[in-house]
Design a protein around this ligand. Structure first.
Ligand code: SF4
Length: 471
């Protein structure tokens, strides 16, 4: 997938004016936030599970080489094979070879963000292999020829009417407009693909070092059909998804489902760990796991290591006011929202993603809801610091920031300059207390009012309050 993150501003403007997208985003946000809050309220030990998971994951990352090798040995003892993919190109080459060696013509796929990251479908199509996405959301966007807009709800940007249009065109036949009818139609089409596919490819939500198993979490069961019907099973995942033990996996799953969809557990939470045994009737004859690095080893040694704790639950984007208004496609690559704004610059380069760290409002909600306690605003601030340090960005922005920093470091000058400015802005804000337009801030005021300052600076108000407390 091409990186189009430099178009963030233009894409955001288009997104804000797109009524279908705005409708879909509003519905999605309300559902995700409410469901998560209700699910977490029922778990009094939530903060304890969360902090234990952070400790476990930090320990795992500290000893990543040990656990990865333990996992490889366990998979091979189970009769499977681990393939190491340092880059996206390596992952595509390895999987394409596996697919062509099996003389496969049809591949069914479960949802995998790592496969989106490496653009696996394009590589397979170039090799003449038909690839069918089987997660309903992924299937919808595959028909639409679009990338996912959310990491757990890839078609979150589509309304029911848009899905009806897509299905009518792709499937022919009478137009269906009710949700159960649309799901049934997709199920019929996909069922035939499962039964005739040569290979099933899925991602893995976690993989377990001690047992050589991977955990697959879905709500539709499509991942399980991809894993157990075709003769060859391929799993593509990234090296940071490892946990040491089955208990660690169970604890992480408690966080994942509640944070993502607000479920206590997803409908299907399955463990796989090798090809079928000689005395088993069902299951694949071959089991391959492709472990993708693609920049994660570098993150292990830089300021962004905390990001490797991410379990891809989507809670940060479900609570982000920026994502909630512009949707995932504005971010211009695979990973949207706060986690994407941290990950994407690490994976494709800061030069390609200039606006992403700067789009953050620093309200901190993402870090509050992140089940793995990832300090997302701090990491975004670190990207901003690196941009400035490397001399990236426009001269005007850099000059403005340098001037602001020089003034902000001297409180007396800062207060002398800001106090009259605040008073003037407060005066012209008038009775309404908001600006509907303001020269130089048209991008802001075209979408929302700008609140006028209330009378005085924060410092002046603070001093006044302290004085009145003493008197
Ligand atoms: S950064 Fe945290 S909240 Fe966001 S997807 Fe990852 S684990 Fe979930």
């Amino acid at each position: 997938m091409d990186v189009r993150s430099l178009e963030f501003k233009q894409r955001s403007v288009i997104a804000l004016d797109e009524p279908n997208l705005q409708k879909a985003l509003k519905q999605g946000k309300a559902g995700f936030q409410g469901n998560r809050a209700r699910a977490i309220d029922l778990v009094p030990e939530w903060q304890q599970i969360r902090s234990d998971a952070k400790v476990m994951k930090d320990h795992t990352l500290e000893n990543l080489d040990y656990y990865l090798l333990q996992y490889e040995a366990a998979v091979e003892a189970n009769g499977g094979k681990v393939h190491w993919a340092p880059t996206a190109a390596d992952a595509n080459r390895i999987i394409t070879e596996l697919v062509t060696n099996a003389e496969a013509k049809l591949v069914v796929k479960g949802k995998s963000m790592v496969s989106e990251e490496v653009a696996l479908n394009s590589a397979l199509e170039a090799a003449g292999v038909q690839t069918v996405e089987t997660d309903l959301g992924e299937y919808i966007i595959q028909l639409a020829g679009e990338p996912p807009s959310h990491i757990i709800a890839p078609a979150a940007h589509k309304t029911k009417e848009q899905v009806s249009d897509l299905f009518e065109k792709a499937h022919g036949g009478p137009r269906i407009e009710d949700r159960p009818g649309l799901v049934t139609q997709a199920r019929h089409v996909l069922r035939e693909k499962f039964m005739t596919a040569d290979i099933g490819i899925t991602g893995a939500n976690l993989f377990i070092a001690e047992s050589g198993q991977h955990v697959l979490v879905t709500n539709e069961g499509n991942g399980d059909l991809c894993s157990s019907v075709p003769k060859v099973q391929i799993v593509i995942t990234s090296i940071d998804k490892i946990v040491p033990t089955l208990e660690d996996a169970a604890a992480t799953i408690r966080l994942l489902a509640r944070s993502g969809t607000g479920q206590h557990i997803s409908n299907y939470t399955s463990l796989y760990g090798g090809p079928k045994a000689a005395d088993e009737l069902d299951g694949p004859e071959q089991y391959h796991v492709v472990l993708v690095d693609n920049g994660r080893s570098t993150m292990l040694g830089n300021a962004f290591r905390d990001m490797l704790r991410c379990i891809r639950c989507g809670a940060c984007m479900n609570h982000c006011p920026v994502y909630g208004n512009v949707g995932g496609h504005a971010y211009g690559w695979v990973y949207p929202g706060p986690m994407g704004s941290v990950l994407t610059p690490n994976m494709v380069g800061l030069e390609q993603t200039m606006d992403l760290p700067n789009a953050c409002t620093m309200n901190g909600r993402c870090a509050e809801v992140c089940p793995m306690s990832i300090p997302l605003p701090d990491l975004l601030r670190e990207h901003r610091r690196l941009q400035f340090q490397r001399g990236l960005g426009g001269k005007v922005a850099r000059g403005t920031l340098a001037a602001w920093a020089a003034v902000a470091k001297k409180p007396s000058i800062y207060q002398t300059l800001t106090r009259p400015a605040v008073k003037v802005m407060s005066y012209f804000g008038g009775k309404s207390g908001v600006y509907k337009t303001l020269p130089g801030l048209g991008s802001w005021t075209s979408q929302r009012d700008l609140p006028a300052p209330q009378g005085d600076t924060f410092m002046a108000q603070w001093r006044k309050q302290q004085k009145s407390k003493k008197s």
